[in-house]
Design a binder for this molecule. Structure first.
Ligand code: ADP
Ligand code: MG
Length: 475
Protein backbone atom coordinates (compact mmCIF):
# COMPACT_ATOMS: atom_id res chain seq x y z
CA UNK A 1 0.00 0.00 0.00
CA UNK A 2 1.42 3.37 -0.91
CA UNK A 3 0.88 6.49 1.09
CA UNK A 4 -0.20 9.65 -0.64
CA UNK A 5 2.20 12.58 -0.81
CA UNK A 6 -0.25 14.69 1.14
CA UNK A 7 -0.58 12.15 3.94
CA UNK A 8 3.17 11.82 4.27
CA UNK A 9 3.66 15.54 4.37
CA UNK A 10 0.82 16.04 6.84
CA UNK A 11 2.47 13.60 9.19
CA UNK A 12 5.80 15.33 8.79
CA UNK A 13 4.14 18.64 9.50
CA UNK A 14 2.51 17.51 12.68
CA UNK A 15 5.86 16.22 13.90
CA UNK A 16 7.56 19.48 12.93
CA UNK A 17 4.85 21.53 14.52
CA UNK A 18 5.51 19.89 17.86
CA UNK A 19 9.15 20.80 17.68
CA UNK A 20 9.25 24.46 16.77
CA UNK A 21 7.50 27.65 17.80
CA UNK A 22 4.11 28.41 16.26
CA UNK A 23 5.54 31.56 14.69
CA UNK A 24 8.33 29.65 12.99
CA UNK A 25 5.93 26.99 11.88
CA UNK A 26 3.61 29.52 10.37
CA UNK A 27 6.39 31.37 8.64
CA UNK A 28 8.37 28.51 7.24
CA UNK A 29 6.18 25.46 7.00
CA UNK A 30 2.65 26.64 6.46
CA UNK A 31 3.48 28.15 3.03
CA UNK A 32 4.99 24.91 1.76
CA UNK A 33 2.90 22.86 -0.63
CA UNK A 34 3.47 19.23 -1.26
CA UNK A 35 3.91 18.37 -4.92
CA UNK A 36 4.34 14.63 -5.25
CA UNK A 37 5.82 11.48 -3.87
CA UNK A 38 7.83 9.24 -6.13
CA UNK A 39 9.21 6.17 -4.45
CA UNK A 40 10.78 7.59 -1.34
CA UNK A 41 11.30 11.08 -2.75
CA UNK A 42 8.93 13.73 -1.53
CA UNK A 43 8.76 16.95 -3.54
CA UNK A 44 7.74 20.08 -1.77
CA UNK A 45 7.18 23.47 -3.25
CA UNK A 46 8.70 26.53 -1.60
CA UNK A 47 8.12 30.15 -2.60
CA UNK A 48 11.69 31.28 -3.16
CA UNK A 49 15.33 30.44 -3.10
CA UNK A 50 15.67 32.42 0.07
CA UNK A 51 13.05 30.21 1.62
CA UNK A 52 14.83 27.12 0.49
CA UNK A 53 18.12 28.34 1.92
CA UNK A 54 16.53 29.19 5.19
CA UNK A 55 14.96 25.75 5.51
CA UNK A 56 18.26 24.12 4.69
CA UNK A 57 20.12 26.26 7.13
CA UNK A 58 17.76 25.91 10.03
CA UNK A 59 15.49 22.95 9.63
CA UNK A 60 17.30 20.32 7.62
CA UNK A 61 17.76 18.06 10.62
CA UNK A 62 14.19 18.32 11.64
CA UNK A 63 13.02 17.62 8.11
CA UNK A 64 15.32 14.67 7.92
CA UNK A 65 14.03 13.09 11.08
CA UNK A 66 10.43 13.70 10.06
CA UNK A 67 10.93 12.20 6.62
CA UNK A 68 12.87 9.23 7.84
CA UNK A 69 10.07 8.44 10.23
CA UNK A 70 7.58 8.46 7.38
CA UNK A 71 9.52 7.03 4.48
CA UNK A 72 12.39 5.14 6.01
CA UNK A 73 16.10 5.53 5.60
CA UNK A 74 15.96 6.00 1.85
CA UNK A 75 13.84 9.12 2.11
CA UNK A 76 14.69 12.00 -0.15
CA UNK A 77 13.50 15.54 -0.21
CA UNK A 78 13.20 17.53 -3.39
CA UNK A 79 12.60 21.25 -3.31
CA UNK A 80 10.62 22.83 -6.04
CA UNK A 81 10.97 26.56 -6.12
CA UNK A 82 7.96 28.35 -7.35
CA UNK A 83 7.86 32.06 -7.28
CA UNK A 84 4.28 33.07 -7.08
CA UNK A 85 2.89 36.34 -8.29
CA UNK A 86 6.23 37.69 -9.28
CA UNK A 87 6.42 39.71 -12.36
CA UNK A 88 8.58 39.20 -15.38
CA UNK A 89 8.89 35.55 -14.57
CA UNK A 90 7.56 33.59 -17.45
CA UNK A 91 8.70 30.26 -16.24
CA UNK A 92 7.34 30.20 -12.78
CA UNK A 93 7.72 26.57 -12.16
CA UNK A 94 11.09 24.96 -12.08
CA UNK A 95 11.87 21.56 -10.88
CA UNK A 96 14.88 19.42 -10.52
CA UNK A 97 14.43 15.74 -10.96
CA UNK A 98 16.16 13.95 -8.16
CA UNK A 99 19.15 11.91 -9.14
CA UNK A 100 18.52 8.23 -8.82
CA UNK A 101 19.47 5.98 -5.98
CA UNK A 102 20.50 8.41 -3.35
CA UNK A 103 20.39 6.52 -0.16
CA UNK A 104 20.37 9.39 2.28
CA UNK A 105 18.17 12.35 2.65
CA UNK A 106 19.68 14.93 0.47
CA UNK A 107 18.08 18.04 -0.67
CA UNK A 108 18.26 19.28 -4.18
CA UNK A 109 17.09 22.33 -5.84
CA UNK A 110 17.23 24.35 -8.93
CA UNK A 111 20.13 26.63 -9.28
CA UNK A 112 22.01 27.20 -6.07
CA UNK A 113 24.39 24.45 -5.10
CA UNK A 114 24.62 23.75 -1.42
CA UNK A 115 28.03 25.27 -1.08
CA UNK A 116 26.89 28.16 1.00
CA UNK A 117 27.00 26.83 4.50
CA UNK A 118 25.98 29.98 6.14
CA UNK A 119 23.94 31.97 3.72
CA UNK A 120 24.13 35.58 4.59
CA UNK A 121 20.72 36.89 5.36
CA UNK A 122 20.26 40.07 3.52
CA UNK A 123 17.05 40.86 5.12
CA UNK A 124 17.49 43.89 7.36
CA UNK A 125 14.67 42.99 9.67
CA UNK A 126 15.73 39.53 10.53
CA UNK A 127 17.53 39.58 13.82
CA UNK A 128 20.76 37.71 13.23
CA UNK A 129 21.68 34.88 15.51
CA UNK A 130 18.16 33.91 16.29
CA UNK A 131 17.10 30.64 14.85
CA UNK A 132 13.51 31.27 14.17
CA UNK A 133 12.46 34.04 11.93
CA UNK A 134 11.70 37.13 13.85
CA UNK A 135 10.84 40.28 12.12
CA UNK A 136 11.47 43.42 14.08
CA UNK A 137 8.27 45.35 13.78
CA UNK A 138 10.08 48.72 13.81
CA UNK A 139 7.28 50.07 15.93
CA UNK A 140 7.70 52.89 18.38
CA UNK A 141 5.91 51.90 21.61
CA UNK A 142 5.69 55.56 22.60
CA UNK A 143 3.19 56.10 19.84
CA UNK A 144 0.12 54.33 21.12
CA UNK A 145 -3.61 54.85 21.30
CA UNK A 146 -3.52 55.92 24.93
CA UNK A 147 -1.56 59.02 24.10
CA UNK A 148 -3.23 59.68 20.79
CA UNK A 149 -5.84 62.08 22.06
CA UNK A 150 -9.21 62.03 20.45
CA UNK A 151 -11.01 65.01 18.95
CA UNK A 152 -13.40 65.80 16.13
CA UNK A 153 -10.44 66.29 13.83
CA UNK A 154 -9.24 62.71 14.16
CA UNK A 155 -12.26 60.75 15.35
CA UNK A 156 -12.92 58.85 12.14
CA UNK A 157 -9.30 57.94 11.54
CA UNK A 158 -8.73 57.02 15.15
CA UNK A 159 -11.79 54.77 15.38
CA UNK A 160 -11.04 53.13 12.06
CA UNK A 161 -7.51 52.54 13.32
CA UNK A 162 -8.87 50.95 16.48
CA UNK A 163 -11.21 48.73 14.51
CA UNK A 164 -8.35 47.58 12.31
CA UNK A 165 -6.12 47.00 15.31
CA UNK A 166 -8.75 44.82 16.93
CA UNK A 167 -9.42 42.78 13.84
CA UNK A 168 -6.57 43.16 11.35
CA UNK A 169 -7.59 41.97 7.91
CA UNK A 170 -11.07 41.36 9.21
CA UNK A 171 -12.74 44.69 8.56
CA UNK A 172 -13.66 46.37 5.34
CA UNK A 173 -11.00 48.98 6.11
CA UNK A 174 -8.37 47.27 4.02
CA UNK A 175 -6.31 49.09 3.15
CA UNK A 176 -6.75 51.76 5.75
CA UNK A 177 -5.35 54.97 4.33
CA UNK A 178 -4.76 57.75 6.82
CA UNK A 179 -4.07 61.07 5.17
CA UNK A 180 -3.56 64.64 6.31
CA UNK A 181 -1.08 67.49 6.50
CA UNK A 182 2.32 67.58 8.14
CA UNK A 183 2.46 67.05 11.88
CA UNK A 184 -1.13 65.96 12.31
CA UNK A 185 -0.45 62.51 13.71
CA UNK A 186 -0.29 60.14 10.74
CA UNK A 187 2.88 58.44 11.86
CA UNK A 188 1.71 58.33 15.46
CA UNK A 189 -1.58 56.71 14.51
CA UNK A 190 0.09 54.23 12.18
CA UNK A 191 2.40 53.10 14.98
CA UNK A 192 -0.47 52.98 17.46
CA UNK A 193 -2.35 50.54 15.25
CA UNK A 194 0.72 48.33 14.94
CA UNK A 195 1.49 48.50 18.65
CA UNK A 196 -2.03 47.48 19.54
CA UNK A 197 -2.02 44.59 17.09
CA UNK A 198 1.27 43.34 18.50
CA UNK A 199 -0.23 43.57 21.94
CA UNK A 200 -3.35 41.69 21.05
CA UNK A 201 -1.91 39.23 18.57
CA UNK A 202 1.71 38.62 19.52
CA UNK A 203 2.08 35.92 16.88
CA UNK A 204 1.22 38.18 14.00
CA UNK A 205 4.04 39.61 11.97
CA UNK A 206 3.72 43.37 11.89
CA UNK A 207 6.06 45.64 9.98
CA UNK A 208 6.20 49.41 9.97
CA UNK A 209 8.21 50.96 7.18
CA UNK A 210 8.47 54.38 5.64
CA UNK A 211 7.89 54.51 1.91
CA UNK A 212 11.32 56.07 1.60
CA UNK A 213 13.03 53.13 3.24
CA UNK A 214 10.93 50.71 1.27
CA UNK A 215 12.12 52.39 -1.91
CA UNK A 216 15.75 52.23 -0.83
CA UNK A 217 15.45 48.55 -0.01
CA UNK A 218 13.84 47.87 -3.32
CA UNK A 219 16.58 49.66 -5.25
CA UNK A 220 19.16 47.78 -3.24
CA UNK A 221 17.48 44.46 -4.01
CA UNK A 222 17.53 45.22 -7.71
CA UNK A 223 21.22 46.04 -7.54
CA UNK A 224 21.99 42.87 -5.67
CA UNK A 225 19.77 40.84 -7.90
CA UNK A 226 17.52 39.57 -5.17
CA UNK A 227 14.33 41.32 -5.98
CA UNK A 228 12.39 38.11 -5.51
CA UNK A 229 13.65 37.73 -1.98
CA UNK A 230 12.61 41.28 -1.33
CA UNK A 231 9.11 40.59 -2.60
CA UNK A 232 8.91 37.36 -0.74
CA UNK A 233 9.93 38.97 2.48
CA UNK A 234 7.07 41.42 2.26
CA UNK A 235 4.62 38.76 1.23
CA UNK A 236 4.95 36.86 4.50
CA UNK A 237 3.96 39.85 6.59
CA UNK A 238 0.56 39.85 8.25
CA UNK A 239 0.21 43.56 8.86
CA UNK A 240 2.11 45.93 6.63
CA UNK A 241 2.23 49.60 7.55
CA UNK A 242 3.72 51.93 4.96
CA UNK A 243 4.18 55.53 6.03
CA UNK A 244 4.19 58.48 3.62
CA UNK A 245 3.10 56.57 0.58
CA UNK A 246 3.06 59.81 -1.43
CA UNK A 247 6.83 59.42 -1.65
CA UNK A 248 6.30 56.63 -4.16
CA UNK A 249 5.15 59.25 -6.62
CA UNK A 250 7.10 59.13 -9.83
CA UNK A 251 8.88 55.91 -8.87
CA UNK A 252 7.46 53.45 -11.33
CA UNK A 253 9.59 50.47 -10.36
CA UNK A 254 8.85 50.76 -6.68
CA UNK A 255 5.17 51.27 -7.36
CA UNK A 256 5.13 48.17 -9.48
CA UNK A 257 6.71 46.03 -6.82
CA UNK A 258 4.47 47.50 -4.17
CA UNK A 259 1.46 46.74 -6.34
CA UNK A 260 2.40 43.07 -6.39
CA UNK A 261 3.05 42.91 -2.69
CA UNK A 262 -0.17 44.73 -1.97
CA UNK A 263 -2.21 42.35 -4.10
CA UNK A 264 -0.66 39.33 -2.51
CA UNK A 265 -1.31 40.55 1.00
CA UNK A 266 -4.80 41.74 0.23
CA UNK A 267 -5.79 38.50 -1.45
CA UNK A 268 -4.60 36.60 1.54
CA UNK A 269 -6.58 38.64 4.00
CA UNK A 270 -3.57 40.47 5.38
CA UNK A 271 -3.98 44.01 6.60
CA UNK A 272 -2.39 46.97 4.87
CA UNK A 273 -2.20 50.39 6.52
CA UNK A 274 -0.98 53.38 4.57
CA UNK A 275 -0.43 57.03 5.34
CA UNK A 276 -0.11 59.91 2.95
CA UNK A 277 0.09 63.66 3.12
CA UNK A 278 -2.51 63.89 0.37
CA UNK A 279 -5.87 62.36 -0.40
CA UNK A 280 -5.73 59.72 -3.13
CA UNK A 281 -7.33 62.10 -5.64
CA UNK A 282 -4.51 64.56 -5.15
CA UNK A 283 -1.65 62.12 -5.43
CA UNK A 284 0.42 62.77 -8.47
CA UNK A 285 2.49 60.36 -10.47
CA UNK A 286 1.04 57.34 -8.80
CA UNK A 287 -0.16 54.68 -11.17
CA UNK A 288 -3.90 54.47 -11.59
CA UNK A 289 -4.10 50.80 -10.69
CA UNK A 290 -2.35 51.52 -7.40
CA UNK A 291 -4.52 54.54 -6.66
CA UNK A 292 -7.63 52.53 -7.25
CA UNK A 293 -6.38 49.93 -4.76
CA UNK A 294 -5.80 52.64 -2.17
CA UNK A 295 -9.48 53.43 -2.46
CA UNK A 296 -10.63 49.87 -1.88
CA UNK A 297 -10.75 50.24 1.85
CA UNK A 298 -11.20 53.41 3.85
CA UNK A 299 -9.47 56.74 3.42
CA UNK A 300 -9.69 58.68 6.67
CA UNK A 301 -8.47 62.21 7.03
CA UNK A 302 -6.64 63.74 9.96
CA UNK A 303 -7.75 67.33 10.02
CA UNK A 304 -6.39 70.31 11.86
CA UNK A 305 -7.14 69.83 15.52
CA UNK A 306 -9.81 72.11 16.91
CA UNK A 307 -9.15 74.33 19.88
CA UNK A 308 -10.26 71.84 22.57
CA UNK A 309 -8.09 69.12 21.15
CA UNK A 310 -5.11 71.44 21.00
CA UNK A 311 -5.66 72.31 24.63
CA UNK A 312 -5.88 68.68 25.68
CA UNK A 313 -2.80 67.75 23.68
CA UNK A 314 -0.83 70.55 25.38
CA UNK A 315 -2.04 69.57 28.81
CA UNK A 316 -1.31 65.94 28.22
CA UNK A 317 2.19 66.76 27.09
CA UNK A 318 2.80 68.95 30.14
CA UNK A 319 1.44 66.28 32.41
CA UNK A 320 3.74 63.69 30.87
CA UNK A 321 6.72 65.95 31.39
CA UNK A 322 5.63 66.84 34.91
CA UNK A 323 5.46 70.53 34.14
CA UNK A 324 2.85 73.04 35.18
CA UNK A 325 1.91 76.04 33.14
CA UNK A 326 -0.62 78.78 33.76
CA UNK A 327 -3.90 78.34 31.94
CA UNK A 328 -3.50 81.59 30.04
CA UNK A 329 -0.23 80.36 28.50
CA UNK A 330 -1.77 77.05 27.52
CA UNK A 331 -4.52 78.96 25.79
CA UNK A 332 -2.09 81.32 24.19
CA UNK A 333 -0.21 78.41 22.64
CA UNK A 334 -3.40 76.72 21.51
CA UNK A 335 -4.58 79.94 19.91
CA UNK A 336 -1.39 80.59 18.05
CA UNK A 337 -0.25 77.24 16.76
CA UNK A 338 -3.15 75.69 14.97
CA UNK A 339 -2.13 73.62 12.07
CA UNK A 340 0.63 71.36 13.19
CA UNK A 341 0.76 69.29 16.36
CA UNK A 342 4.46 68.68 16.01
CA UNK A 343 5.04 72.44 16.19
CA UNK A 344 2.78 72.71 19.15
CA UNK A 345 4.89 70.13 20.93
CA UNK A 346 8.03 71.85 19.76
CA UNK A 347 6.89 75.15 21.22
CA UNK A 348 6.08 73.53 24.55
CA UNK A 349 9.48 71.87 24.67
CA UNK A 350 11.38 75.06 23.91
CA UNK A 351 9.30 76.93 26.41
CA UNK A 352 10.14 74.43 29.11
CA UNK A 353 13.79 74.39 28.06
CA UNK A 354 14.08 78.17 28.09
CA UNK A 355 12.53 78.52 31.46
CA UNK A 356 14.62 75.81 33.05
CA UNK A 357 17.95 76.85 31.50
CA UNK A 358 17.44 80.45 32.42
CA UNK A 359 15.77 79.63 35.70
CA UNK A 360 12.94 81.88 34.67
CA UNK A 361 9.31 81.34 35.20
CA UNK A 362 7.23 80.46 32.23
CA UNK A 363 5.54 83.75 31.43
CA UNK A 364 3.28 84.91 28.70
CA UNK A 365 6.09 87.10 27.42
CA UNK A 366 8.42 84.19 27.03
CA UNK A 367 5.65 82.22 25.37
CA UNK A 368 5.13 85.05 22.89
CA UNK A 369 8.79 85.17 21.98
CA UNK A 370 8.95 81.47 21.44
CA UNK A 371 5.80 81.30 19.40
CA UNK A 372 7.16 84.13 17.26
CA UNK A 373 10.24 82.11 16.56
CA UNK A 374 8.16 79.11 15.87
CA UNK A 375 5.75 80.71 13.57
CA UNK A 376 8.47 82.46 11.61
CA UNK A 377 10.46 79.32 11.51
CA UNK A 378 7.58 77.28 10.27
CA UNK A 379 6.74 79.70 7.53
CA UNK A 380 10.07 78.85 6.11
CA UNK A 381 9.14 75.20 5.85
CA UNK A 382 8.21 74.91 2.22
CA UNK A 383 7.56 71.96 -0.02
CA UNK A 384 9.65 70.93 -2.96
CA UNK A 385 6.62 71.39 -5.21
CA UNK A 386 6.32 74.94 -4.00
CA UNK A 387 10.00 75.64 -4.60
CA UNK A 388 9.73 74.35 -8.16
CA UNK A 389 6.71 76.51 -8.74
CA UNK A 390 8.39 79.66 -7.44
CA UNK A 391 11.60 79.03 -9.36
CA UNK A 392 9.73 78.26 -12.60
CA UNK A 393 7.60 81.38 -12.22
CA UNK A 394 10.67 83.46 -11.56
CA UNK A 395 12.27 82.31 -14.79
CA UNK A 396 8.94 82.39 -16.62
CA UNK A 397 8.85 78.75 -17.52
CA UNK A 398 6.53 76.00 -16.42
CA UNK A 399 7.44 73.25 -14.02
CA UNK A 400 7.55 70.61 -16.76
CA UNK A 401 10.20 72.62 -18.57
CA UNK A 402 12.19 73.00 -15.40
CA UNK A 403 12.11 69.24 -14.95
CA UNK A 404 12.76 68.35 -18.57
CA UNK A 405 15.87 66.57 -19.76
CA UNK A 406 17.08 69.51 -21.81
CA UNK A 407 20.61 70.84 -21.47
CA UNK A 408 19.69 74.38 -22.35
CA UNK A 409 21.69 76.54 -20.00
CA UNK A 410 18.96 78.67 -18.51
CA UNK A 411 16.77 75.65 -17.85
CA UNK A 412 19.62 73.72 -16.29
CA UNK A 413 20.31 76.69 -14.04
CA UNK A 414 16.72 76.98 -12.98
CA UNK A 415 16.66 73.30 -12.14
CA UNK A 416 19.88 73.58 -10.19
CA UNK A 417 18.48 76.48 -8.23
CA UNK A 418 15.37 74.50 -7.41
CA UNK A 419 17.55 71.67 -6.15
CA UNK A 420 19.70 74.05 -4.17
CA UNK A 421 16.71 75.58 -2.41
CA UNK A 422 15.11 72.20 -1.84
CA UNK A 423 18.28 71.15 -0.04
CA UNK A 424 18.46 74.39 1.87
CA UNK A 425 14.84 74.72 2.91
CA UNK A 426 13.51 71.21 3.34
CA UNK A 427 14.61 68.16 5.22
CA UNK A 428 14.39 65.96 2.14
CA UNK A 429 17.36 63.76 1.27
CA UNK A 430 19.40 64.38 -1.87
CA UNK A 431 17.90 61.28 -3.42
CA UNK A 432 14.40 62.36 -2.64
CA UNK A 433 15.00 65.86 -3.99
CA UNK A 434 16.40 64.38 -7.17
CA UNK A 435 13.47 62.12 -7.72
CA UNK A 436 11.01 64.96 -7.19
CA UNK A 437 12.82 67.38 -9.46
CA UNK A 438 12.75 65.57 -12.76
CA UNK A 439 13.88 62.11 -11.71
CA UNK A 440 17.54 62.87 -11.15
CA UNK A 441 19.86 60.97 -8.84
CA UNK A 442 21.43 62.21 -5.63
CA UNK A 443 24.78 62.94 -7.31
CA UNK A 444 23.09 65.35 -9.68
CA UNK A 445 21.52 67.19 -6.77
CA UNK A 446 24.82 67.37 -4.96
CA UNK A 447 26.47 68.72 -8.07
CA UNK A 448 23.69 71.28 -8.46
CA UNK A 449 24.17 72.54 -4.90
CA UNK A 450 27.90 72.96 -5.44
CA UNK A 451 27.38 74.69 -8.76
CA UNK A 452 24.94 77.15 -7.26
CA UNK A 453 27.34 77.86 -4.41
CA UNK A 454 30.17 78.49 -6.87
CA UNK A 455 28.20 80.62 -9.26
CA UNK A 456 26.70 82.68 -6.47
CA UNK A 457 30.16 83.65 -5.33
CA UNK A 458 31.58 84.35 -8.80
CA UNK A 459 28.71 85.60 -10.92
CA UNK A 460 26.89 88.76 -9.94
CA UNK A 461 23.80 88.14 -12.01
CA UNK A 462 23.50 84.65 -10.62
CA UNK A 463 23.88 85.91 -7.08
CA UNK A 464 20.91 88.15 -7.71
CA UNK A 465 18.83 85.12 -8.75
CA UNK A 466 19.74 83.39 -5.52
CA UNK A 467 18.91 86.42 -3.41
CA UNK A 468 15.62 87.09 -5.16
CA UNK A 469 14.51 83.51 -4.89
CA UNK A 470 15.62 83.32 -1.31
CA UNK A 471 13.41 86.28 -0.51
CA UNK A 472 10.44 84.82 -2.32
CA UNK A 473 10.80 81.47 -0.65
CA UNK A 474 11.45 82.57 2.90
CA UNK A 475 9.09 85.45 3.55
P1 ADP B 1 2.67 63.28 10.76
O1 ADP B 1 3.18 61.90 10.56
O2 ADP B 1 1.24 63.43 10.33
O3 ADP B 1 3.53 64.34 10.17
P2 ADP B 1 3.21 62.73 13.55
O4 ADP B 1 2.49 61.44 13.69
O5 ADP B 1 4.69 62.66 13.44
O6 ADP B 1 2.62 63.57 12.32
O7 ADP B 1 2.78 63.68 14.75
C1 ADP B 1 3.50 64.82 15.14
C2 ADP B 1 3.53 64.90 16.63
O8 ADP B 1 2.24 65.23 17.11
C3 ADP B 1 3.92 63.60 17.29
O9 ADP B 1 4.80 63.85 18.35
C4 ADP B 1 2.62 63.04 17.81
O10 ADP B 1 2.81 62.27 18.97
C5 ADP B 1 1.81 64.28 18.09
N1 ADP B 1 0.38 64.05 17.89
C6 ADP B 1 -0.28 64.05 16.73
N2 ADP B 1 -1.59 63.82 16.91
C7 ADP B 1 -1.76 63.66 18.23
C8 ADP B 1 -2.89 63.39 19.06
N3 ADP B 1 -4.11 63.22 18.55
N4 ADP B 1 -2.68 63.29 20.38
C9 ADP B 1 -1.45 63.44 20.90
N5 ADP B 1 -0.35 63.70 20.19
C10 ADP B 1 -0.49 63.81 18.86
MG1 MG C 1 4.87 61.22 9.54
Amino acid sequence: MTKSAQAVWDNCLSFIKDNITPQAYKTWFAPIKVVKLTDAALSIQVPSKFFYEWLEEHYVQLLKVALNKELGETAKLVYVIKMENTYGNNQPFTEKIPSANRSTLKSQHVDAPLKNKNPELKNPFVIPGIRNLQIESQLNPNYNFDNFLEGDSNRLARSAGMAVANKPGGTSFNPLLVFGGVGLGKTHLAHAIGVQIKDKYPDKTVLYISAEKFTQQYIESVKKNNRNDFIHFYQVIDILIVDDIQLLSGKAGTQDVFFHIFNHLHQNGKQVILTSDKAPVDMQDIEQRLLSRFKWGLSAELQHPEFETRISIIKHKLYQDGVEMPEEIVEFLANNIKTNIRELEGAIISLIAHSSFNKKEITLDLAKKIVDNYVKHTKREVSIDYIQKIVSDYFQMDVDTLQSKTRKRHIVQARQLAMFFAKKLTKASLASIGSQIGQRDHATVLHACKTVDNLASTDKQFRKYVEDLNKKLTV
